[in-house]
Design a protein around this ligand. Structure first.
Ligand SMILES: NC(=O)c1ncn([C@@H]2O[C@H](COP(=O)(O)O)[C@@H](O)[C@H]2O)c1NC=O
Length: 510
């Protein structure tokens, strides 16, 4: 038996090669691996003794040779294959242990150049791994040092490796090389910001197993990008509490996305991925109090995201109710002490919580496909806001309308948000028609609607929303506009003394 060993990550390779050697396996190896094995007293043949060709071009060509690939790919059950090997003086290679140039570690290094990254694209390694995995009936292929021990165990016990193991090792190789190539293409794509390619390849690494998915009978895992952007949820560090659940992570993403709309101290409370209360204030405690007041019922068991460090006073308030998660850029020591007394609360710290993540792609799975789009990075262009009514909104109304629009952008469509004095006072998410969203936002409010403002994620198809809003006490409305019946809504607003602003930007969210 012959084994070809060529590894960048040399963890465990000496013991593995030693054990193979003791089992009578002849070992072939490339430059650095050969050196390491020989230095450890293992008898090892250099790859050039097999290829009769020097390793060259700074290691770009070492194993790319018929003597290597023929020895791996020949089908042992085909006499003509074996005859061709014999005629060409090629010997079979039965075990292939390879791990690839550290492309991931290279691109994660701060300040890495494109040239350095490209030099770390492995060519010969994936070629051998794929040859061996294709011919796994005859070849044992190992791409992960974690598998050395079990392979040696099987060889010792059964004098060979079972078909089941060989198949699983081959599958692991194709998953590994596919992820490796996807990582390279993703890195190169990011260099030039190439959007929506003909073939979309992405690779994600398992971050953690989850106890279950959206429901207990669904299996689930949390995967993360190779290079999660600074300020992304995947970078959050859990400081306290039980393991995050699938729904926790999804809801935390909703809270974080909404929070990133705000620069002033803000708190967003989320339930089932919809904001249920958003408050802004001169400090984080006043922002939290406003977010809480918006809907003291729904915030219970919800997720709260804050864009300032949580201090003791805020922690004390927060600890009065049951919250699943608090996500913040940090916690003072005293705040941590207070919150850690609650064993069920999860505390997440994300340093760069306000950092905007623009220019990303948003992906939704449909059966048999994926829907991919740019992320909704725009709120509206301030200079393009158009007052369409006789009455012009006051500064206070404008401020509240900006807040309401930031929130309505992140609730499920059809969505309506009512706001007053720096906080939401009514949220109507996910309705199948717009008037129900208006009615929900009004009827579920804990506040007087008098002198509040209303934001709508899309245009009003009829003037009924204006009528309902005015009847409840709304004085100003912000909406995209663009309906064929805009004039009806404008006329109604004028009749009822309401100020209305068109943004020109729709924010559907499904
Ligand atoms: N070009 C080749 O023929 C080639 N053959 C094997 N490698 C890689 O060389 C590395 C091992 O190199 P060394 O044994 O010299 O430390 C492995 O990661 C292996 O995947 C190659 N390098 C990259 O393409």
């Amino acid at each position: 038996m012959r084994a070809l060993i060529s590894v960048s990550d040399k963890t465990g390779v000496v013991d593995f090669a030693k054990a193979l050697s003791e089992l009578g396996v002849e070992i072939i190896s490339t430059g650095g691996t050969h050196q390491r094995l020989a230095d450890n007293g293992i008898q090892v043949m250099g790859i050039s003794e097999v290829t009769h060709f020097p390793e060259c071009l700074d290691g770009r060509v070492k194993t790319l040779h018929p003597a290597v690939h023929g020895g791996i790919l020949a089908r042992r059950d085909r006499p003509e294959h074996m005859k061709q090997l014999e005629d060409n003086h090629i010997e079979t290679i039965d075990i292939v242990a390879i791990n690839l140039y550290p492309f991931k570690e290279t691109i994660l290094r701060p300040g890495v150049t494109l040239e350095e990254a490209i030099e770390n694209i492995d060519i010969g390694g994936p070629a051998m791994l794929r040859s061996a995995a294709k011919n796994h009936k005859d070849v044992v292929v190992v791409c992960d040092p974690a598998d050395y021990e079990s392979v040696i165990g099987e060889l010792k016990q059964n004098n060979g490796v079972s078909m089941d193991t060989k198949y699983k090792l081959a599958l692991k190789v194709f998953q590994h090389t596919a992820a490796y190539d996807a990582m390279i293409s993703e890195y190169l794509r990011r260099q030039i910001d190439a959007e929506l390619p003909d073939n979309l390849t992405m690779t994600f690494e398992k971050k953690q197993d989850l106890r279950y998915g959206e429901n207990p009978h669904q299996k689930a895992c949390y995967y993360q990008e190779i290079q999660p952007l600074e300020g992304s949820l995947a970078q959050a560090v859990q400081l306290h509490g039980k393991e995050l659940s699938f729904n926790n992570i999804h809801d935390a993403e909703g809270a974080l996305a909404t929070l990133k709309e705000f620069e002033q101290p803000a708190v967003v409370a989320v339930k089932h991925a919809n904001p249920c209360g958003v408050g802004t204030g001169f400090d984080i405690l006043s922002a939290y109090n406003k977010a809480y007041e918006c809907d003291p019922t729904s915030i219970f068991g919800g997720i709260v995201a804050a864009n300032r460090i949580i201090d003791a006073g805020t922690a004390r308030e927060m600890s009065k109710i049951f919250l699943e998660i608090i996500l913040a850029p940090g916690f003072t020591e005293e705040a941590l002490e207070i919150l850690e007394q609650k064993k069920n609360i999860r505390l997440l710290k994300l340093g760069s919580i306000t950092r905007k993540l623009e220019g990303q792609i948003d992906v939704k799975k449909v059966s048999g496909g994926l829907l991919v789009q740019n992320t909704d990075d725009l709120l509206f262009h301030e200079e393009e806001l158009k007052v369409v009514t006789d009455r012009i909104p006051t500064e206070r109304e404008m401020d509240d309308m900006r807040l309401a629009m930031k929130v309505v952008k992140h609730i499920k469509s059809n969505g309506i948000v009512l706001a007053k004095e720096g906080k939401t006072i009514g949220i109507g998410p996910g309705q199948v028609n717009r008037i129900w969203a208006v009615e929900n936002a009004i009827s579920q409010s804990n506040f007087s609607i008098q002198d509040s403002v209303l934001a709508s994620d899309a245009f009003f198809p009829f003037d009924d929303c204006v009528t309902a809003a005015a009847a409840a006490g709304v004085t100003a409305i912000i909406q995209p506009g663009g309906s064929v019946r805009d004039e009806d809504s404008i006329k109604k607003a004028n009749e009822l003394g309401i100020a209305m602003v068109f943004t020109g930007i729709r924010h559907f969210k499904h």
